[in-house]
Design a protein around this ligand. Sequence first.
Ligand code: RB5
Length: 163
Amino acid sequence: MFKVYYEIEDEGEEVRELKIALASDHGGYQIKEELKGLLDELQLSYEDFGCECEESVDYPDYAVPVAEKVASGEFDRGILVCGTGIGMSITANKVQGIRCALCHDTFSAKATRLHNDSNILAMGERVIGPGLAREVAKVWLETEFEGGRHARRIQKVSDVEAR
Ligand code: RB5
């Protein structure tokens, strides 16, 4: 079983499962459906926030609910898919506390977890195929944040956000 570990000050370590919020627009619908299979295989719990089919919709309507659920802590991480991944990532990064990384290769997916502690992954269905999208998502889900000097840098990013 896949687990995420949280350090709780003075109370030791709490262990619970990673919860994923997932959404796409029409341009990312097929990959979103593909990723549900991956999440099932990894035995991760997730909620699908739409869309429901390939009928044209507006990506911010799907990025914002996922970003807010992750920012509030109700979900640990999010995955957003649109045609390019760009609209989803731009929108998600407007929500305070979100570090959304647009990745179409496994090196970046791993690096952004290690160094940026990204809490949302964005991908574009018109950019990569379902096989690579699964690999990118798997690496991103399985990689833990490295902390240390990277935590200091993330704090600086948060400071900018708080201005
Ligand atoms: C929809 O046509 C497309 O613009 C959207 O999926 C996304 O690529 C936006 O960034």
